[in-house]
Design a protein around this ligand. Structure first.
Ligand code: GLU
Length: 426
C-alpha cells in the first residue's frame, strides 16, 4: 500500500503519458518482491525544473518559451535522455519521458538514471538563428543540472546533431572548457560517435530480427508498416527493406501512403523531401490517416509520438508484432487489447533503446578521447540490445507476462536494488 501523497504540481490527464507510465509501474509492483517497498520512488520524479526562455526574434520582438528538464531517477548513475522541441510539450509529458528513460537505461543495463527535457515550441516557426538562440538560452538555464556526471542530454523529437553542437558550445563557453561529454548525439567532428544518427532505427530492426527468429517468421517477404519517417522510422524501414521485407505503408504528419507490392522507400523519402509530405508519392496510393491502421502487415512500427495506438486502432490492427520505435505510442487500453489478441508488442524501453546505447558509447569515447569505428559501434550495440532482449523474453516466459511487464520488471528490479543499496539520506 502506498503511504505517499500524490504529486501536487501536475493535474491528472486520463490516458496521458504520465498516467500511462504510472499504470505500468502499478502493473509490475507485484513482481518486485521486497523491493516493492521502494516502488513509490518510481512514481515521483527526483526533480523537475521549469524554465522561462526569453529570446529576441529576428524582427526585434521578444518571445518567451517554456522549457523543462526532469530528473526522474538517479539511483544507477547520471541522468540520461533527450531534449524535444514540440508545440505540445508539457511537464507531465517530459516526466513520463524521463521515467521511460530510467526504465530503458536499466532494461539494457546502462550505468545511467533517467532524464528528459523539452521546450514547448513549434521549431518550424523559428528561423535557424532563433532556434540557436532558443537552444543556447535553454542550455544556460538548465546548466546547473547537466554535466557528464550529472545529466547528459541528447537529441529527441525535432532536435538533432546541430542542436547538440549549440548545447555543447554553450556549456564550453560558459565553463571555459571543451565540454564534449556534456551531450551526446553531437556531430562527429565535435566528439560525436559514428553510428549515432542511425542507432535508434537500427535497434528497432535488431529487435524485429530477434522477435521474428523466436516466432519462426522470416523477415524476408514480411510486410512492414511504419508510422513516422523521421530519424527512427526511416532508418528502420530502410533496414527492414534491406532484409527483404516489403514496406507496405508509411505515414508522416501530413499523409499516409500504401502499396501492397512494396513502397520504393528512396523514392518516397525523396518525394517528401521535395514536396514536404509523403502525400501524392508516385507509385503508391494516398490513404486517410485512419486507414493506415487497417493496412495488413506482419510488422508495425509506430515511430512518431505518444498515444498514437489507441484502443480503437488496436482492435482493428491486422499485424503480428508491434515494435515501439516511438516513446509511449500505445495507450494502456490499447496495450490490453493487443495482449488479448495475441499480437506481440515490444515496448519502447527495449525496441528503441539502440539510440541511448550508442549515446552511452559516445559518452565513453569522449571520456577516453579514443574513438571507435562504425563497425565496432554497430556490433557492440547489437550485442547489448540482443542480450537485453533475450533476458526480457526469458522473464516474460518465466512470469507468464507481456514483454512490457517483463522489461519493466527487469529494469525496476535493477533501479530499486540500487535504491536499496544506497539507502535513504539522511
Ligand atoms: N531520445 C532518445 C530516447 O528517447 C535518446 C536518448 C539519449 O540518447 O540519451 O531514447
Amino acid at each position: 500500500m502506498s503511504v505517499s501523497e500524490g504529486l501536487s504540481f501536475v493535474a491528472p490527464v486520463p490516458d496521458g503519458p504520465w498516467e500511462t507510465f504510472l499504470a505500468t509501474i502499478d502493473s509490475v509492483e507485484r513482481y518486485l518482491g521486497p523491493l516493492a517497498r521502494f516502488a513509490d520512488t518510481l512514481r515521483r520524479p527526483r526533480r523537475a525544473l521549469i524554465v522561462d526562455i526569453p529570446i529576441e526574434m529576428d524582427d526585434g520582438r521578444i518571445a518567451h518559451f517554456e522549457g523543462y528538464r526532469v530528473h526522474h531517477n538517479l539511483a544507477r548513475g547520471p541522468g540520461k535522455g533527450g531534449v524535444r522541441y514540440d508545440a505540445a510539450v508539457t511537464l507531465p509529458e517530459v516526466m513520463a519521458l524521463a521515467g521511460w528513460m530510467t526504465v530503458k537505461n536499466a532494461a539494457v543495463n546502462l550505468p545511467f538514471g533517467g532524464a528528459k527535457g523539452g521546450i514547448r515550441v513549434d521549431p518550424k516557426q523559428l528561423s535557424r538563428k532563433e532556434l540557436e538562440r532558443l537552444t543556447r538560452r535553454y542550455t544556460s538555464e538548465i546548466g546547473f543540472l547537466i554535466g557528464p556526471d550529472r545529466d547528459i542530454p541528447a537529441p529527441d523529437v525535432n532536435t538533432d546533431a546541430q542542436v547538440m553542437a549549440w548545447m555543447m558550445d554553450t556549456c564550453s563557453v560558459n565553463s571555459g572548457t571543451s565540454a564534449t561529454g556534456m551531450v551526446t548525439g553531437k556531430p562527429v567532428a565535435l566528439g560525436g560517435s559514428l553510428g549515432r544518427v542511425d542507432a535508434t532505427g537500427r535497434g528497432v530492426h535488431v529487435i524485429g530480427r530477434e522477435v521474428a527468429r523466436r516466432v519462426g517468421m522470416p523477415l524476408e517477404g514480411a510486410r512492414v508498416a511504419v508510422q513516422g519517417v523521421g530519424n527512427v522510422g526511416a532508418v528502420a524501414a530502410r533496414l527492414f527493406a534491406r532484409s527483404g521485407a516489403r514496406i507496405v505503408a508509411l505515414q508522416d504528419r501530413g499523409a499516409s501512403i500504401v502499396n501492397p507490392e512494396g513502397i520504393d522507400l528512396g523514392a518516397a523519402l525523396a518525394h517528401k523531401a521535395a514536396s514536404g509530405s509523403l502525400g501524392g508519392c508516385p507509385g503508391s496510393e494516398t490513404i486517410s490517416a485512419e486507414a493506415f491502421w487497417d493496412v495488413e502487415s506482419e510488422v508495425l512500427v509506430p515511430a512518431a509520438l505518444e498515444g498514437a495506438l489507441t484502443a480503437d486502432r488496436a482492435a482493428r490492427l491486422r499485424t503480428r508484432m508491434v515494435l515501439e520505435g516511438a516513446n509511449g505510442p500505445t495507450t494502456p487500453s490499447a496495450d490490453r487489447i493487443l495482449g488479448e489478441r495475441g499480437i506481440v508488442v515490444v515496448p519502447d524501453v527495449i525496441a528503441n533503446a539502440g539510440g541511448v546505447i550508442v549515446s552511452y558509447f559516445e559518452w565513453v569515447q569522449d571520456f577516453n578521447s579514443f574513438f571507435w569505428t562504425e563497425d565496432e559501434v554497430t556490433h557492440r550495440m547489437d550485442h547489448i540490445l540482443a542480450g537485453a532482449f533475450e533476458q526480457i523474453w526469458h522473464t516474460a516466459d518465466e512470469l507468464g507476462v507481456a514483454l512490457r511487464t517483463a522489461a519493466f520488471v527487469v529494469a525496476c528490479r535493477r533501479v530499486l536494488e540500487a535504491r536499496e543499496q544506497r539507502g535513504l539520506y539522511p
